[in-house]
Design a protein around this ligand. Structure first.
Ligand SMILES: Nc1nc2c(ncn2[C@@H]2O[C@H](COP(=O)(O)OP(=O)(O)O)[C@@H](O)[C@H]2O)c(=O)[nH]1
Ligand SMILES: [Mg+2]
Length: 278
């Protein structure tokens, strides 16, 4: 079921089309975090005078996520889509991105972020500007100078670091250190081209590993990717993480093995070197 509220401003005073932002929020039991996050997104985008639409995919939440989302519909430009049952992060991101791409122009900005209020929407105008400057993907990264992580348990930090090392070594992408953070901006046309190339296979991962996989699906020698430092405020997160850590580790290792076979050896570490050359 889809509910649409409001329309993004799409032209400036001179009748020229403006770059719009499509903010995709996968939400599973996020009734406590959504209000603050939605207010922050609205403030950040309004302050920067940027047209935006938020797309919330409520993934069969058992709490009041849907009602909370709807309660913002008279104030924000919001699309709420509900999965009748919990389908997982992969299907939810897929549905949010397809919804955004159905309306976005090629030069629009599509942003994905967690709905747990740990990612800072104040970064979005900067990420969009970097897309306008010619980048195709902008990653809010935990591994750049100036990045900061607050409140993340040590074992989760260690696992993220291990994932970063593994992906950098096996699937080197120039400029990328953070392959697993869900906070990214994409040029809509770049996602659309990848979708045309991959078809239904574009979104074939069910769990949290879908985030890294999406980046791998966009991988090409001339993809313009840049990272910006993020302050991850895990301490603001209300309630526990929804990630099943052991399942995600297993699924991520399976994904690495599968993609390594798929992509062949030419473009691996031996070709580029394992370290980041930035
Ligand atoms: N659709 C969907 N989203 C989920 C599920 N589990 C988590 N999420 C969402 O995915 C994002 C990441 O989950 P989160 O708990 O923040 O993971 P963490 O930050 O890595 O601990 C959040 O926006 C969640 O609401 C799920 O089963 N289905
Ligand atoms: Mg999170």
């Amino acid at each position: 079921m889809t509910e649409v509220c409001g329309v993004a401003e799409r032209s400036d005073g001179l009748g020229r089309r403006r770059q719009s932002y499509w903010v995709v929020l996968p939400a599973y039991n996020e009734e406590l975090s959504l209000p603050q996050l939605l207010n922050r997104i609205h403030e950040a985008m309004t302050e920067a005078d940027l047209p935006y639409t938020i797309i919330i995919i409520n993934d069969g939440s058992r709490d009041a996520t849907a009602q909370v989302a709807r309660s913002f519909s008279d104030r924000l430009r919001l699309i709420v889509e509900n999965h009748p049952v919990n389908m997982g992060l992969g299907a939810t991101l897929r549905d949010g991105l397809l919804k955004a791409l159905a309306s976005a122009d090629a030069e629009d900005v599509v942003i994905t972020m967690d709905a747990d209020n740990s990612h800072n929407p104040e970064l979005m105008p900067r990420m969009g500007r970097l897309i306008r400057e010619g980048n195709e993907v902008v990653i809010a990264s935990r591994y750049q100078s100036g990045s900061m992580v607050r409140g993340v348990p040590a074992y989760r930090r260690a696992l993220s670091l291990a994932a970063s090392a593994l992906f950098r070594c096996l699937f080197h992408m120039r400029g990328v250190k953070d392959y697993t953070c869900g906070f990214r901006a994409y040029r809509a046309g770049t996602l659309q081209s990848a979708l045309n190339r991959h078809g239904a296979g574009m979104f074939d991962q069910e769990g949290f590993q879908c985030i890294a996989d999406l980046l791998l699906k966009l991988r090409s020698p001339d993809l313009a990717v840049i990272e910006v430092p993020m302050v991850l405020r895990y301490d603001l997160k209300k309630g526990a993480s929804k990630m099943n850590v052991m399942r995600t580790v297993r699924a991520t290792l399976a994904l690495v093995a599968k993609r390594r076979l798929t992509f062949g050896h030419r473009s691996f570490a031996s070709h580029h070197g394992c370290s980041d050359t930035k």
